[in-house]
Design a protein around this ligand. Sequence first.
Ligand SMILES: C[S@@+](CC[C@H](N)C(=O)[O-])C[C@H]1O[C@@H](n2cnc3c(N)ncnc32)[C@H](O)[C@@H]1O
Length: 274
Amino acid sequence: MFLSTPRNYFLSKPQFLDNPHSWIPHIPFAFWLMEMIKPKIMVELGTYSGNSYFAFCQARKALRIPTMCFAVDTWQGDVHVGKYSKEVFQRVNRINQEEFAGFSTLLKMKFDKALDRFSEKSIDVLHIDGTHTLKAARNDFNNWLPKMSQQCIILLHDTKVRRPGFEVWKLMEEIREQYNLLEFPFGEGLAVICAGENPPAPITDLIEHSKNNPEIIQWFEILGNNILWKKEREDLKHQTEKWKQKTALLNSELLKEKRKTKKLVKQLRKKSQS
Ligand SMILES: C[S@@+](CC[C@H](N)C(=O)[O-])C[C@H]1O[C@@H](n2cnc3c(N)ncnc32)[C@H](O)[C@@H]1O
């Protein structure tokens, strides 16, 4: 099968899933990409709870490839995800230290501030998943372009979202003529862009093959949705368990109140008869 790789790591189970779930359907592709192109440097702009970033890190660790990984985020939220609690960063930081410290660095800062940390033409994989207005996404794309290597791949998340303010699709349309690209049109959409002069053969082959063989994209979709639905089922089971416990507690409170009421009614009757 075309997708098959020496370790078939794209069939693996992600270990560090949390809310929000929107990136989960693309995890098999993240695994596949890491195994196939073995980037030297990968950078993510917008990490939040780490579903995408930890997928790249998990593959890097399991496959023992020589990638240095960097996650850039203020971990404060933005106009689209809103402001979130400090616990989000604390969890990401803990997982990073316990599991990936040898090769992964969290850069808790604005994207623009992190630019100086990287040399020109050094990054092989850049995942852009920050603020989703056209202005912000275009800025991120253009600012980081000089840092990209000749073999680089840029990933743009949320290309399918049409909610107000979500305009990554507009950026994708702007650059479609200029670069060889592929869009995974499921989940919230992920564009895979060959932004360098010498793109990796596995990616150009994938783009070429998928033109006449749409089942290749569907395979990634089926694998990704399986992970998503399993996670949603787990979360629902967890919620159901919580509600069951709450219902049991309420039932016992109710029973106590009923007994008290019965006692009171008895006392009242006795009083009215005497
Ligand atoms: C959509 S979330 C990332 C989702 C994540 N990739 C996942 O797998 O679920 C966007 C993140 O980008 C961060 N962000 C947005 N604009 C930023 C900027 N200019 N500098 C630093 N962080 C930014 C926000 O704090 C937020 O955590």
